[in-house]
Design a binder for this molecule. Structure first.
Ligand SMILES: [Fe+2]
Length: 407
């Protein structure tokens, strides 16, 4: 035995509480397996592997001590004593409702690999990452929760023998917290874990995101000064969404997850794939044509005027470039149709940019190829170019309104 285990007044209810220190998440099985698994997979300096073996083995002894304490608390405990304990400690009585039945029916008055609620020990609590810094921080956390638990158990018992036994375990947890912290102190660069990854978005690495309107105290260390890892400077940033609202695709029909609200008030996010597509087109169409009273009439009229002017030029018999003018006018009509007609809603925004570029190109080609004729500007040309410049302006303003509405 690692240290004497004494129980002067057996108490089966306390035996149930002690189970948490054996098979609970804060318990000795957890730290024993954690340190041993860390040792079995260890690939660093041998002194740390040996240390993990040493302490993992020590924890086996702690399990033995606590299992013995459970058994001694169950030994010869008269039923009326259980009732007395429950009567004296109404909270324990209410929570525990008496002793753990498995101590009687399954183990013949012995400990189990379970916590105080009878949940079996869970191996997924064991942390062994293969990163020494990460494991050491996990070990410190394990020892802090373990020490907390045992101090609470110490408070719950008035048995001098139990208090003595638990005091030893509390002292060992003090050592182990210090031991793991000492390893961290020896590491060249423990933080952030892992310290060798450099591809993060570093602009966010030391920002304290504030999600509320509550003021940040001036001396709040977490929001100012150099960062704890020594690699940055803390700053305070009012949090804002960096992403947009997620749109999830509908679940496959065989999942039977489609439930529509009455009166067709469903948003596009709760309908089946087919209906979602229809809703999507309707929604986009509504968004596109809701502003028909703003820049749309202007865009339509200006485009028709420009197209008409180019058709007119294309029909002049003495015009060398007449085919090009006709094609140019046709291009305007096609783009205008794609911009305003419902079947092309999906490419509406892109069409706006193409029409904008097409108009700008027309102006540029005129500057290089068509103007000025014999030293002075043709008034008709000036009129057409003015119309085109207004068209550019209207398309740009329409884009601005559209992008504002989208955001
Ligand atoms: Fe321990």
């Amino acid at each position: 035995m690692a240290y004497p285990v004494r129980v002067e007044k057996p108490n089966p209810v306390f035996a149930g509480l002690l189970q948490q220190a054996i098979g609970g998440i804060e318990g000795e099985i957890r730290v024993m397996l954690q340190y041993l698994f860390q040792a079995w997979g260890f690939r660093g300096p041998m002194k740390y592997r040996d240390m993990l073996y040493n302490t993992g083995t020590e924890e086996i002894g702690h399990i033995e001590m606590l299992a013995t304490a459970v058994a001694l608390n169950l030994e010869g405990a008269p039923t009326q004593m259980q009732e007395e304990v429950v009567a004296q400690n109404p909270v324990v009585g209410a929570i525990m409702g008496g002793m753990n039945p498995r101590h009687v029916i399954s183990t013949a008055l012995a400990a189990t690999a379970e916590d105080s609620n009878g949940n079996p020990f869970n191996g997924s609590w064991v942390v062994a990452t293969g990163n020494l810094a990460s494991d050491m921080y996990a070990n410190v956390t394990a020892e802090t929760s373990g020490r907390l638990l045992v101090t609470r158990l110490w408070e719950w018992t008035d048995d001098p023998g139990m208090k003595d036994t638990l005091s030893f375990l509390i002292a060992r947890d003090t050592m182990h917290q210090n031991q793991w912290l000492a390893v961290i102190e020896e590491l060249q660069q423990p933080l952030p874990v892992p310290s060798d990854f450099t591809n993060e978005h570093q602009q966010f690495s030391y920002q304290y995101f504030v999600q509320s309107t509550a003021p940040i105290p001036e001396n709040a260390r977490f929001a100012q000064g150099s960062s704890i890892d020594g690699k940055g400077e803390f700053s305070t940033v009012a949090a804002k969404p960096l992403g947009s609202i997620p749109t999830l695709a509908p679940a496959p029909a065989e999942n039977h997850s489609l439930v529509l609200p009455k009166n067709g008030s469903a948003g596009p996010d709760v309908v089946s794939k087919q209906k979602k597509e229809v809703f999507g087109i309707v929604e986009q169409f509504t968004r596109t044509y809701a502003r028909v009273n703003t820049f749309y009439p202007g865009i339509v009229i200006l485009t028709l005027l420009t197209a008409g002017a180019h058709f007119y030029l294309g029909m002049q018999p003495d015009e060398e470039l007449h085919t090009w003018f006709l094609l140019n006018g046709l291009g305007y009509l096609i783009l205008l149709a794609a911009f305003v007609l419902p079947p092309f809603t999906a490419v509406h925004a892109m069409t706006r940019w193409i029409l904008l570029g097409y108009t700008a190109l027309t102006i540029l080609l005129w500057i290089f190829l068509g103007s000025p004729k014999e030293g002075k500007l043709d008034p008709f040309d000036v009129l057409v170019k003015s119309v085109e410049i207004f068209l550019l302006l209207f398309l740009f303003l329409d884009w601005r309104v559209d992008s504002k509405q989208r955001s």
